[in-house]
Design a protein around this ligand. Structure first.
Ligand code: 5GP
Length: 200
């Protein structure tokens, strides 16, 4: 496997703002590749298939696992499956492109084993407190209490993994633009060092 491109992996607990950061990066840098993930979780109101996720059944997901098509997959928050396919990511990296994706911390560990260190840059987003995370998750819409409990249990475990990442970035209440800017600066600086394109 000869990879010329760079994979920027963004992780952090549920509610910390990974999706918001990725959406801003997508808008500012269409030259980067933002691969979709597959998930078995139900769609939230307003979510469309093919924007961030392909929503598939557990049966189809398990068939993809059996075929070995995922670069990584995990059962996130102890329940639904999430996974990124090998093909689009490896093709983009082989072509020398910059790939950006958010995954949970399990996905981070799997991708760290699958992608050579020289092609991987990892960024962990962290919030000021568990209380703030709870408030942010609650704002997304009414989650069943069981689901909220699972997300908070994962968040507690995930926060302990921050030191394994190349970078840690604060995602503070009402300071999302600052967080986006910091993540963007990390990516652009790394791209510049490596002579990768950052705009059309
Ligand atoms: P949500 O259900 O809120 O969209 O995402 C739940 C969690 O799954 C988030 O922490 C998100 O980063 C993570 N996630 C999204 N896509 C993937 C993926 O392809 N693989 C893994 N391991 N985690 C993912």
């Amino acid at each position: 496997m000869f990879l010329k491109g760079y994979f920027f992996l963004i992780s952090g607990p549920s509610g910390v703002g990974k999706g918001t950061v990725i959406n801003a990066l997508k808008k500012h840098h269409p030259v980067f590749v933002f691969p979709l993930s597959h998930t078995t979780r139900p769609r939230r109101p307003g979510e469309k298939d093919g924007e961030v996720y392909h929503f598939i059944s557990k049966k189809v997901f398990e068939a993809e696992i059996a075929r070995g098509n995922f670069l990584e997959w995990a059962q996130v928050h102890g329940k639904d499956y999430y996974g990124t396919l090998k093909k689009p990511i490896l093709e983009a990296l082989e072509a020398g492109k910059t790939v950006i994706r958010e995954v949970d911390v399990q996905g981070f560990h799997s991708i760290s084993r699958a992608i050579p260190k020289k092609n991987l840059v990892t960024i962990f987003l962290k919030a000021e407190s568990m209380e703030k995370l709870i408030a942010r998750i609650a704002k997304r819409g009414k989650l069943p209490p069981e689901e909220l409990k699972r997300r908070l249990e994962s968040a507690q475990k995930e926060l302990k993994q921050a030191n394994f990442f190349d970078y840690q970035v604060w995602s503070l209440e009402n300071k999302i633009p600052e967080c986006v800017k910091e993540v963007e600066n990390i990516i652009l600086e790394q791209c510049r060092c490596r002579g990768l394109p950052i705009s059309y």
